[in-house]
Ligand binder design. Structure first.
Ligand SMILES: Cc1ncc(C[n+]2csc(CCOP(=O)(O)OP(=O)(O)O)c2C)c(N)n1
Length: 314
């Protein structure tokens, strides 16, 4: 069945917003208004947006933290994102991020970032287990990079998640780089989806530059999960356009590393009318610019916030 044109337009809008946030953060990191710990997601927007479009509002998302396409895809506005990046009270965590994105919004099912790599797996398996016990029909999705597929927590949790047929999706963004190390220098397979065989679950490879392909694969995995058929591992092959962190000189990268790069926005735009593309892109830019101005005007948090949201000191 051909994909709904409204959904394509909506995915393009969200990817454009994520791209505009990338550009604004990059610009202001260079001016030292933002600390250098933003991990740019340019080039990878189709993964977070395409996958999130296939989830329901109440489904749980545990993300790793490159770029902001997952948060935008799952429904967060630019304001709370920029608020955390700039360390302002308007941030999703009240400004505690301070350059490192740790945004969360439980009302949108955005449970938070797994900045300690590999922490998303037990958290997502836990929420999936809770959904199975509660029979609430929710799916849990853990997003991670190819380097993080080597963490023990991936394998320890998948053994049980597969056995107990938990409503779980592991979605790997394979950009072939772990900071400056090539995946195949430290991992026996170039395809993370291969790991699925050991657990008897489907391992699906999709074109991570194509939001529609990611959407369709995630939709199928979510349907399997909700039907009680257990977890799916999806591997989206994608490209990290920028450095590992904003300002990374990337001396480890070949000059022609991006020779075969396909911009996910251009890939999706091929399915759309030119005037629709232009209108959506302009609106996204204006939205992000306005959010940025508002964020600059917002106050920083009071120091007492540091004890908020901890198990002690509430
Ligand atoms: C447990 C842990 N080890 C190391 C780091 C530092 N670190 C942050 S991102 C990163 C590379 C992750 O590579 P990958 O999972 O492929 O994701 P990508 O950066 O490509 O998005 C490393 C080593 C960390 N945050 N947590």
């Amino acid at each position: 069945m051909p994909i709904d044109t409204t959904l394509i337009g909506d995915m393009y809008r969200r990817m454009s917003i994520a791209r505009a946030i990338e550009q604004i953060v990059e610009k202001h990191t260079r001016k030292a208004r933002i600390s250098g710990w933003w991990h740019p997601g340019e080039g990878q927007e189709a993964v977070g947006v395409g996958a999130s479009a296939a989830l329901n509002g109440e489904d749980y998302l545990w993300y790793q933290g490159r770029g902001c396409a997952w948060a935008i895809g799952k429904g967060m506005q630019p304001g709370p994102i920029l608020g955390d990046v700039l360390g302002k009270v308007s941030g999703a965590t009240g400004g505690k991020g301070g350059g490192v994105p740790h945004w969360a919004d439980y009302s949108l099912g955005i449970m938070g970032e797994g900045a300690t790599l590999g922490s998303v797996y037990p958290l997502a398996a836990g929420s999936a287990f809770a959904s199975k016990l509660r029979k609430d029909g929710r799916v849990s999705l853990a997003n991670f990079g190819d380097g993080t597929a080597s963490r023990g927590t991936f394998h320890e949790t998948m053994v049980h998640a597969a056995t107990w047929k938990l409503p779980l999706i592991y979605l790997c963004e394979n950009n072939e780089l772990l900071v400056g190390t090539k995946l195949t220098d430290v991992c026996p397979t170039a395809d993370i989806a291969d790991f699925a065989k050991g657990y008897g679950i489907p391992g699906i490879i999709v074109d991570g530059q194509d939001a529609v392909a990611v959407y369709e694969a995630t939709l199928e995995a979510a349907a399997r999960a909700r039907a009680g058929e257990g977890p799916t591992l999806i591997e989206a092959k994608t490209t990290r356009v920028q450095g590992h962190y904003a300002g990374d000189p990337q001396n480890y990268r070949a000059k022609d590393a991006l020779a075969n790069y396909r911009d996910p926005l251009a890939v999706l735009a091929e399915r759309m009318a030119v005037d629709e593309v232009e209108t959506i892109a302009a609106e996204a830019l204006a939205l992000v610019q306005a959010a940025y101005e508002e964020t600059l005007a917002a106050p920083p948090p009071d120091h007492s916030i540091i004890f908020k949201d901890l198990y002690y000191g509430q």
